[in-house]
Design a protein around this ligand. Structure first.
Ligand code: UDP
Ligand code: MG
Length: 179
């Protein structure tokens, strides 16, 4: 079946097919993990529909880490994360697949590296605790951001991508991984 996608997250067209935002944060780039992390998403058969390297401005970082983060985690965490995200280049991508928002969060693992399960990206490549990061007054280096909810994905994608930077195409492997 051929779908013609207009909506940024596609939930209008097919409820189970979703797009989600992933950012490889500055620590992932500094550690040379871009390829390894992207490969994990390709291996499960997700489709990369947008991909770029950006050095975010503070304004863009604040558009991403919004007031919602300050409300959930405190104003200081938001400040630290805006600082961190604008400290160097990052890789932004949009992944498409079946219930992709929840799937990608599962692959990313818990926010706190110490608690993130082995096999997840955060669990395999990082280990520090909230307590340790707090004692150092730094944001947690956990390598990656992924949209937390379907409703978050659309607005988050718009922070980083214009419509013409997201591509509708059908790589052959998706006949088998997405159907
Ligand atoms: N963060 C932090 N200290 C905290 C909570 C969060 O440094 O006490 C950072 C961490 O890098 C996290 C980001 O803020 O990934 C966004 O927090 P959120 O609660 O949205 O977690 P996520 O959705 O990234 O798992
Ligand atoms: Mg979050």
């Amino acid at each position: 079946m051929v779908w013609f996608y207009n909506s940024i997250t596609m939930t209008d067209k097919c409820e189970t097919l979703q797009r989600t935002l992933v950012l490889l944060k500055p620590d992932a780039i500094q550690r040379g993990l871009i390829g390894e992390i992207i490969q994990r998403f390709e291996k499960v058969g997700l489709k990369i529909v947008g991909l770029k390297m950006v050095w975010p401005t503070k304004e863009t970082a604040m558009g991403h880490y919004t007031e919602d983060l300050a409300q959930r985690r405190g104003e200081r965490v938001r400040e630290l994360m805006v600082e961190m995200l604008s400290s160097g280049p990052i890789v932004a991508m949009v992944l498409e697949g079946v219930e992709a928002v929840e799937l990608v969060r599962k692959m990313v693992g818990s926010t706190e590296p110490k608690s993130a399960a082995p096999g997840t990206i955060r669990g395999d490549y990082s280990h520090v605790s909230f307590k340790h990061a707090d004692s150092k007054e730094v944001g947690i280096y956990n390598l990656i951001h992924a949209s937390g909810e379907v409703e978050e994905a659309g607005p988050e994608i718009k922070v980083w991508f214009n419509d013409d930077e997201l591509h509708d195409f059908d790589p052959k492997y998706c006949d088998y991984t997405i159907v």
